[in-house]
Structures are given as structure tokens and as C-alpha cells.
Design a protein around this ligand. Sequence first.
Ligand code: FAD
Length: 198
Amino acid sequence: MSESKSAETQPAKQPLPPGMILGPDGKPCKICTAFRNWPKTTKKTTQNASSGSSTGTKTSAAVTTALISASQAAAPSHPPARSENCPPDVEQLGRATWTFLHTTAAYYPEKPTPNQRANMLTLIRSLPVLYPCTHCASDFGEEVKKSPPDVSGRVGLSRWLCERHNEVNEKLGKSKFNCAVEKLDERWKDGPDDGSCD
Ligand SMILES: Cc1cc2nc3c(=O)[nH]c(=O)nc-3n(C[C@H](O)[C@H](O)[C@H](O)COP(=O)(O)OP(=O)(O)OC[C@H]3O[C@@H](n4cnc5c(N)ncnc54)[C@H](O)[C@@H]3O)c2cc1C
């Protein structure tokens, strides 16, 4: 997991700011970290540190130390407001990706052609390779290995995705979603019977 990698690259006896995650390069990983855990001064600090050192370890140590100081100094009691046009953090990217995946599953054919199945498999298998939150990607890859994708039809695929999403929910301490197809269709395709989404 990323936490063990984080521990290798941080300065001795200096804990990372809560929620801050380092990427494979040992530097703070914005797309792996929720915005509320991203100290305000990080960008400036990262640029300065990157231009001031040629070794990755030194750079990440300097950045991490600066991050800790910044987060300890700032320690906001509530997350600051953020413009809609900012790059995504791990949560926004996650919500958008799940929305795409669940919606695509909800509209996937009941009886897909071999070509549609092959493309869906490629889409799912590309996530562990391409998803920019690297620790999310590698955990997802492990889950896909344990539970191979069901691309046989929209019901099986919707349920399979729901179960993978629930694994992430569980890891993050969130409640599980009911993976019954009626519940999934209500959330991702039809909306509730009361017409509130019509
Ligand atoms: C492949 C993948 C791996 C991820 N791994 C990590 C990780 O390791 N660490 C991390 O911090 N974040 C990870 N994320 C992001 C994380 O899952 C959330 O997207 C993010 O925390 C925002 O959560 P949220 O509470 O807004 O709702 P989300 O979890 O994004 O869910 C969006 C909506 O989907 C619905 N929903 C919830 N559960 C299910 C389900 N099981 N089936 C169908 N619909 C459901 C709910 O209506 C919910 O509001 C990952 C995202 C993806 C796509």
C-alpha cells in the first residue's frame, strides 16, 4: 500500500500531515489526496523544492517537512471553499469515475456482443494501469484479480461494479450500497418512483 511507500520517503520521526499521500515518486500526490488534506502552501513549496534540489529523496524530504509545518500552522477547522474549475482531488475524480462506470454498466446491453464484452474488459482492466490515483489503482487491480469482471450483461456488470465500489467504501469506512439491480437502476438509470429526478 501507499502508506508503506510514504513511510520510506518521509524524513525520520516526522509524520506526514493527516491524509497526505505520497506518489510513487516520493512526492506529495495531489490526485491521491483529498483537497481538505492538501496544505494551502503546497504548490509554491513544491515548485521551490523541485527547482532547488536534483535528488528526489532530498526534494521529497524538503517538501514533506514544509507540508508538515504548513499544515500544523494552518490547521483549518473546516475545508476551504474551492473553485469549480480547480483540478480534481481524489474524491472528485472518484465520484466522476464511479458515475461513468456505474452509468455505463446501467446502459450496457443485456446481451452484449463479443466485441462489446471485449471492450468492456479492456476498459476495466485499463483502470489499474491508467487511473491517476496510484494507490487507488493498485488496490483496484488487486480486487479485479481476486474477482474477475462479469461482462456477461448489464445486470452482472452492474452488480460486479457495485461490489468493487463497496470494497472501496469499506476501506474508507463508508456504508455499503445495496447491490440489488433495482437499487442500482434507481440510482444510475431510472431515478426514484417519486419522480424527484424526472
Ligand atoms: C477504482 C476506484 C478506486 C478508488 N480507490 C480509492 C482509494 O483507495 N482511496 C480513496 O481515498 N479513494 C478512492 N477512490 C475514490 C472513492 O471511492 C470515492 O469516489 C471518493 O471518496 C468520493 O466519495 P463519495 O462519498 O463522494 O461517493 P462515491 O464513493 O464516489 O460514490 C458516488 C455515489 O455512488 C453511489 N454509490 C456508493 N457506493 C456504491 C456502490 N457500491 N455501487 C453503486 N453506487 C454506489 C452513491 O450514490 C454515491 O453518492 C476510488 C475511486 C475509484 C473509481
